[in-house]
Every structure is written in C-alpha cells, then in structure tokens.
Design a protein around this ligand. Structure first.
Ligand code: MLT
Length: 317
C-alpha cells in the first residue's frame, strides 16, 4: 500500500516530468560519485530517457546519504548508490539511524573496485619496502586521508595500520575526491583509495603508488606493475570495494523490477564497461545483479567484515 500512498504506479514509472535522483553519500569527484555518474549515463535510455541527477549527500562516512534515502518517499525517484560501507557501517559506525538489512530495497550490484595505496609526490619512498621504512621512522606523525569513519578508505586505512603495526593520524574528508586534492598538494601523506579515483592521478604521476589491495595484480597498464600487499608481506590483506543500488523500503515491487531490468541493460552497456574497466573496476555480470542475490551478498559481507573489524580493534564511535 505504501507505494500507492505515494502515487507510484509502475505502469507510468518513470513519469516523463519527474527526475530520478541517485544519492551518492560522498563528495563529488570521488570514486562513488564516479560510479554513480557513469551508471546514470548508462541507465538513462533503459529508463525511457528519464532525467537522472546525482545528489552528493556526504558526511559521517556515508551514513548521512544512506539515511537520506532510507527516509525518502518509496516511489522509485530517490535511489542510493553505495559501496562496501553498507556492510561495514553496522560495525564501524555505532548508532547508525537505519538498518541496512530492513530499511532498503536491494536493486542489484554494479561493480567491484580494487583499492590502491598511494602517497604524496614528495614522500621519500619509491617502493613498498622503502615506504615501510619511512612509516616506522615517522610513527605517530603520518597523516592518513580518508572519507570519514565508516568509509572504504577509512576501513582500508585502519586495516593497513593494523597490518604494519603503526598508528597514523586519520584526516577525514567528505570524500576521497577532496582528500586526493590535499594528497597531491602534500597536505596529507598517505591514502588507501579506489582505483576509479586513483588511476588517472597515478598515470599523471601526481601521486606515488605503492601497492594494490586485491589478491591478484591488476592488468590495466597504469597499475599492472604495482605489487599486491600480499606479495610485499601483508599476507592476509585483501580489500575490494563493491557498489550496489538501493531504494527506500516499501518501493513498489514492480517499480523495483523496472529499475533492476534497466540496471541489467546498463551493466551490459559497452561504454559503461569500457569506462569502468579503464579505471581497474570490474562491472558485475554474475547473479549479484539479481536483487535477492544482492541482498544475500551484502548480508554475507556484514558477517564477514564484522569480526575482522572487531579483531583489528578498529571500529570507531
Ligand atoms: C570511500 O573511501 O568510501 C570513498 O572513496 C568515498 C568517496 O567516494 O569519496
């Protein structure tokens, strides 16, 4: 009934004069924003030429934007594009004002993105071994950029500190877009960030790149020579960031199906795939495109990350 209460009738969804908003819970210019904007382009045609806009509702490590969608009208015109934060916030961010498993409809997964460990241009290390020497010579003084408590860069940075047994000074931003500006400028020293945001900066030699967080090396030219953190000694280190699409709980089932059908077409869009793959991302082509499998995957990721986060003693208030 919720759907009818909001006058959302799948038959005419999306209505020509109505705008579909995809909320990105981080600042413009970062990796989540990049996925959302590329995806919006690929969704336009499958959604009947709908007008799709991106709304950057940042803050609190991505939980402010997620909450905005959890509280939005369940009519299919406000969607959320979020990443692994949906699985880590329940442990990393105490008292989040929504329940990941029950306040959202799951509309399908979008991609998997590797992370890269990068440094400011003036950092006096040109490989991972030299980086670890520098880290141990600068204990307690290293500024580690992230997108706030609960963000992917925060999670990866915490696990990295735990692996190298060195605490660093976390410097939170509204997203790793703005954080990257300060890293290039030398205001911060290190950051763990997704390749969708770092590949172009690494290619342009605006930052130093030390390693990737995936189990296997990447194949794209800009990143193929970077060792994995496992290769350089952090044996269990593996972080891959995935992105999914969500709607508020109660969005009519047939509206959800229309969006998921459009998503499946978008995920096969050659331009979308080319853009994402050029940045090291892998567009989802498996069963996680299905809403039920998307939800199952997120619940399994909550179960996976919770003990890892707690064991590393890294969850934050
Ligand atoms: C993150 O660290 O969660 C993301 O990089 C945030 C962003 O997209 O800016």
């Amino acid at each position: 009934l919720a759907g009818l209460a909001f006058g959302a009738h799948a038959a005419d969804y999306p209505q020509k004069d109505k705008v579909i908003t995809i909320v990105v819970p981080f600042a413009a210019g970062g990796p989540t924003d990049r996925v959302a904007r590329d995806l919006s382009e690929a969704l336009r045609k499958p959604l009947g030429g709908a007008t799709i806009v991106v709304d950057n509702a940042s803050g609190a490590g991505g939980s402010i934007g997620a909450n905005k969608v959890a509280r939005a009208a369940p009519d299919g015109y406000t969607l959320l594009l979020h990443h692994v934060g949906m699985a880590t916030m329940p442990t990393l961010v105490r008292n989040i004002p929504f329940k990941v498993e029950s306040d959202f409809e799951y509309l399908g997964m979008v991609n998997d993105v590797p992370m890269t460990l990068i440094g400011k241009p003036s950092l006096p290390a040109s490989n991972f071994r030299e980086l670890t020497t520098w880290i141990h010579q600068n204990k307690g003084k290293i500024n580690l950029g992230n997108a706030g408590v609960g963000s992917a860069s925060h999670l990866c940075g915490l696990l990295f500190q735990s692996a190298v047994k060195t605490d660093m000074v976390p410097v939170p931003y509204k997203g790793t877009g703005p954080a990257m500006t300060d890293l290039i400028g030398g205001q911060i020293d290190l950051m763990c960030d997704q390749s969708t945001n770092t590949t172009s900066q690494i290619e342009a030699k605006k930052v130093k790149a030390f390693a990737v967080t995936t189990a296997k090396r990447l194949t794209i030219p800009a990143l193929k020579d970077l060792p994995t953190l496992q290769e350089v000694g952090l044996k269990d280190f593996q972080v891959t960031i995935w992105h999914g699409l969500y709607a508020p709980k109660g969005t009519p089932a047939d509206v959800q199906k229309k969006i998921n059908d459009a998503l499946k077409i978008a995920l096969k869009d050659p331009e979308f795939i080319k853009r994402q793959e050029s940045l090291g991302a892998v567009v989802v082509s498996d069963k996680r495109m299905e809403p039920a499998e998307h939800k199952k995957f997120v619940l399994s990721e909550i179960a996976k990350w919770s003990p890892i986060i707690k064991a590393a003693g890294v969850y934050a208030d």
